[in-house]
Design a protein around this ligand. Sequence first.
Ligand SMILES: [Cu+2]
Length: 341
Amino acid sequence: MKNLRKILIIFLLTLGWQLTVLGQDQPETSVWTSSRPDGHAPIGVMGDHMHKKGEWMISYRFMNMNMKDNYRDSDELSDAEVLQDFMIVPLDMTMNMHMFGVMYAISDKITLMGMLNYTRLSMDHLTRSGVVFNTESSSLADSKLTALYQLFSKNRQSIHLNAGISIPTGSQDNRDATPMGENQKLPYPMQIGSGTLDFLPGVTYLGQADKLSWGAQVAAVLRTGENDEGYTFGNKANFTSWIAYRWLDWVSTSLRLNGNSTGKIDGADDDLNPMMVQTANPDNFGGEQLFASLGANFQLPAGVFSGTRIGLEYALPVYQNLNGPQLGINNNFTLGIQYSF
Ligand SMILES: [Cu+2]
């Protein structure tokens, strides 16, 4: 909780920084507008913007996340240290996600959003006897349906509520060959779906000046019930805030902070042996992380490419305090393309 407080303080400081920017230049319009490159948040933020009544948007995002090095609290552990307690140490993990999104505004105040996600995971391990092995899993992940409801839009600032659900379309019975044998149940981080119906509440704040823009979002993942394997992933709180600068009519760059706090796994999958490897122990999940990212948004010129945007974002961890041993995140890259009509 002490670290959660630290994340909150950083978040509030950046929000304060953003609000001081507010009075600096004179507005050319009085309402917040999405029709500028930074009219959409950095591409890693979901549900950041609304659409005008009758407008559609389709999007595709590719996300690559690399995990490396084991942590207990904020201390990095060597492979040998982890192998004192477990037969196997995870060395690194890669997550590749293909996310397909649709947005449609049923009114100026309500935008609906749906998201499908295909995920591929790969993890490398080392055993006490020195054998290196890899496991992989891939499937459709959980699907999301969200309604965005505008509460406020005045003086080039806007606030909307995010009300979403996550439908458990992802698998929790991924298997692969391990030194234990063929077709073994893979540990929790290699499972792609939560297996539970999850609620996704949030609030998003956006503001604009002539060259600058900023925003903040507080969001949560609240799990309900227990999945078929007998466990529930931890709830998650996420805080993010960003600032962007519009260099030209078609390009903006952004700086973003993103902090999260996640709980441990509740319950356990009886097919997994928690003594074998850290990733099979429900206690070695969750913690607090803070990331800083650099991003760029491009709004392609009118004509053939009218309504098309491209966004890039690269994030690095600033702080990680993990219930461990647990693999930390090394970097995260997102590339997205959006088309509105
Ligand atoms: Cu959109």
